[in-house]
Design a protein around this ligand. Structure first.
Ligand SMILES: NC(=O)N[C@@H](CC(=O)O)C(=O)O
Ligand SMILES: [Zn+2]
Ligand SMILES: [Zn+2]
Length: 427
């Protein structure tokens, strides 16, 4: 089966490509890219006026499967990802039971394949039972197909365990992703510690809770030579620590979530539980530093930290509500509208942070439209204006602080391994 995608603006930062071109797909692979391609046997799809990029990779999502399928399952999550323009997602292991063994890694892979939307790549636990005490079977999970290791939701607070995790995962060529939060500093906190928390009378989470752990991880990465990736960076101080570490050649990478780039703690006003997220929304000064970090290469990737919850878990008092934002279907639109659209990040940089770099950090195929690469492709209408309506989300998680927001730019077709897994209209 051949498909010829005609007339789109093809932008592939991994090859320095940017121009009106055609893409020929043969089976699951890209066969050729060039101007005015012809192929008698191919099904032709006209994509003129649209942007075609290497498929987006969201390296941090929560699909809640196994055990918490009332919030999300692998099928609904993978479908939501496809609708958001992602051809692959890496899912966190804070499920019930936690993904801390090879059998559960295989379960996720096979359920993801069966669903047939975005590729679903499991992240395994660092510690047995996510208890932060003993290392999990990292080698066996790596052999079964885990792409990275993390106890996300929790920080690895035991520095010695973290040090061993880095060395062990590093031996298998896998990256350790840390949720940096010193539990003693954040204990009891439900939002950023500052003006708004004082105003609302809510217990705060200081920036230092994140930053002390970022600094510790950088020190451990330096000592072990093993790669560490910092999840959902939210403060100016974290950006500064990582910038300095990178300048010294320490193997650290990091990601930022769209909500930390477009919202501040003000979104919590009125005790809005849809703006309750961990790490918490910070201040304008932090947002500016995060954008600066994206621009200068300190921040490698944009990841949604898609954290779906049921309405019952959000429709309660602020301090009792679950932390998290359902982000897969708003991520691209927010980045295109508020970063690219406002000239804060170039389109090429945005594609790097959402495709090329996350694929590289995870060491997976993708992030490039080179010939013979898997045909994982996202097609975007940069001019499409749309309104966020959570009842239209494919995700079960309707918890979004962006309800009713007008965005400009949307994925209109998602192709995974040569197959159209999402399209806004029939082709
Ligand atoms: N980000 C969140 O607010 N919540 C995440 C956990 C996490 O990413 O740390 C979740 O699993 O709900
Ligand atoms: Zn986390
Ligand atoms: Zn997370």
């Amino acid at each position: 089966m051949k498909v010829l995608l005609k007339g789109a603006r093809v932008l592939d930062p991994s090859r320095g490509l940017d121009g009106i071109m055609d893409v020929l797909i043969e089976g699951e692979r890209i066969a050729m890219i060039g101007e005015n391609l012809k192929d008698e046997d191919a099904k032709v799809i006209d994509l003129s006026g649209l942007l075609l990029v290497p498929g987006f990779v969201d390296m941090h999502v929560h699909l809640r499967d196994p055990g918490l399928e009332y919030k999300e399952d692998i099928e609904s999550g993978a479908k939501s990802a496809a609708a958001g323009g992602f051809t692959a997602v890496a899912c966190m292991p804070n499920t019930v039971p936690p993904v801390d063994n090879a059998a559960l890694v295989s379960y996720i892979l096979s359920k993801g394949q069966k669903a047939g939307f975005s590729r679903v790549l499991p992240i395994g636990c660092i510690s047995k039972g996510r208890e932060g005490k003993e290392l999990a079977e990292i080698g066996e999970m790596a052999s079964a197909g885990a792409v990275a290791f993390s106890d996300d939701g929790n920080c690895i607070s035991d520095a010695s365990l973290m040090r061993r995790a880095l060395m062990y995962a590093g031996d298998f060529g896998k990256v350790v992703i840390d949720h940096c939060e010193d539990p003693a500093l954040s204990a009891g906190g439900v939002m950023n510690e500052g003006y708004v928390s004082t105003l609302l009378g809510l217990p705060g989470i200081p920036r230092s809770a994140e930053e002390v752990m970022v600094a510790r991880d950088v020190i451990l990465a330096n000592e072990t030579g093993a790669r560490v990736h910092i999840a959902h960076v939210s403060t100016k101080g974290s950006v500064e620590i990582i910038r300095k570490a990178k300048a010294q050649g320490i193997p650290v990478t990091c990601e930022v979530a769209p909500h930390h780039l477009v919202l501040t703690e003000d979104a919590v006003m009125g005790y809005n539980t849809n703006a309750k997220v961990n790490p918490p929304l910070r201040t304008e000064e932090d947002v500016e530093a995060l954008i600066e970090g994206l621009k200068d290469g300190t921040i490698d990737a944009i990841a949604s930290d898609h954290a779906p919850h049921s309405m019952d878990e959000k429709d309660v008092e602020f301090d009792k509500a679950a932390f998290g934002i359902s982000g897969l279907e708003t991520s691209l639109g927010l980045i295109l509208t508020f970063l690219v659209g406002q000239g804060k990040l170039s389109l090429e940089e945005a594609v790097k942070k959402m495709s090329v770099n996350p694929a590289r950090i995870l060491g997976i195929e993708g992030g490039s439209l080179k010939e013979k690469a898997p045909a994982d492709i996202t097609v975007i209408d940069l001019n499409k204006r749309w309104t966020v309506e959570s009842d239209k989300f494919f995700s079960k998680g309707k918890n979004t602080p962006f309800e009713g927001w007008e965005l400009k730019g949307k994925a209109v077709m998602t192709i995974v391994r040569g197959k159209i897994v999402y399209a806004e209209k029939q082709y």
